[in-house]
Design a protein. Structure first.
Length: 196
């Protein structure tokens, strides 16, 4: 993240490189049963690409790419091999961003679910400050109920953040400045969906 000044106010923004994305496949209702565009982004070495993908990218007359995403009901009229750039978006437009959240490993209930812990350190408690407390019922149902919030793996999940504002579009660099934070670590891939 970084910050820019917008009308005299400092605004925290996330910088996203939004292109150029190459159209590697056009799906239609007649041939595939639904309308979609397959977009590919980020150059990849030829030797690291499988033979099947090499042929797939050759049809679109483009070099191998790292990330391939299919977007359904994409209303842009684009053909095989065309490029989609950041100028698709406008300043002030609201977008949704889909990405994989940062993995945080195995976490306890206080960090993972916001439990407050047992409370005071007095009254005979020992090493119980961040413990979950009681997890099961009595003789009925004699088990821990499914969905009980417990310690476990946290993060590393697909997350969609909605209603983020595009503060500025730098079309010549294919860069979007999005107000606020987006899911994922630095350098991870995200999908930017227009709300319009």
């Amino acid at each position: 993240m970084t910050s820019i000044f917008d009308n005299g106010k400092q605004v925290a923004v996330t910088v996203i490189q939004a292109g150029p994305c190459v159209v590697t496949q056009v799906k239609t209702k007649e041939t595939d049963g639904y309308n979609a565009l397959q977009l590919a982004f980020d150059e990849k070495k030829e030797k690291s690409t499988t033979a099947a993908l090499k042929g797939h990218f050759k049809k679109a007359n483009t070099a191998p790419k790292r990330k391939v995403v299919e977007i359904r009901d994409f209303d842009l009229q684009a053909g095989l091999g065309d490029t989609v750039d950041a100028d698709l978006f406008d300043d002030g437009e609201k977008v949704s961003i889909v990405g994989t959240s940062k993995g945080k490993g195995f976490q306890g209930v206080v960090k993972r679910h916001g439990f407050s812990g047992v409370g005071m350190g007095s009254h005979g408690q020992h090493d119980r400050m961040r413990a979950p407390g009681s997890v099961g019922a009595s003789s009925d149902p004699s088990r821990v109920v499914k969905g009980m919030r417990m310690a476990g793996r946290m993060g590393g999940e697909r997350v969609k953040v909605q209603n983020l504002v595009v503060v500025k579009v730098l079309a010549e660099k294919n860069v979007l400045l999005i107000k606020g934070a987006v899911p994922g670590h630095v350098g991870s891939y995200v999908i930017v969906e227009s709300k319009n």
